[in-house]
Write a protein that binds this ligand. Sequence first.
Ligand code: 5GP
Length: 115
Amino acid sequence: MASIFTRIINREIPAEIVYEDDQVIGFKDINPHAPVHILIVPKKEIPSINDVTSEDEAVLGRLLVAAQQIAKEQGIAESGYRLLVNTGHDAGQEVQHIHVHLLGGRRLGPMLSRG
Ligand code: 5GP
């Protein structure tokens, strides 16, 4: 079954799309953790970083180039931002389709809680 993000890519469910090219899409997270919270997703449905192969190197690079562009467009390139990729259970990955979280627009605090 297609992931929820593939369904967004296919316009089967709505999202606030802020970026799209031939390999990657960016849209606002439905439950934002910061004033700017964008998910940057490869159009190829790769479940997690554990599943990437050398064939995916180009699209993985494209995710970061898109992140740079989106950060500029969202006005947070200078103030700063965080890119985050959850992988697997202990990281709390909810959606099994690789996505880079782009977070910014406020001081984000320490990288991790120590809990
Ligand atoms: P994860 O925990 O897998 O790294 O993050 C999944 C993210 O996807 C969460 O931040 C969650 O709010 C977001 N999300 C889940 N379902 C949807 C959806 O249908 N639309 C959008 N825009 N974001 C979603």
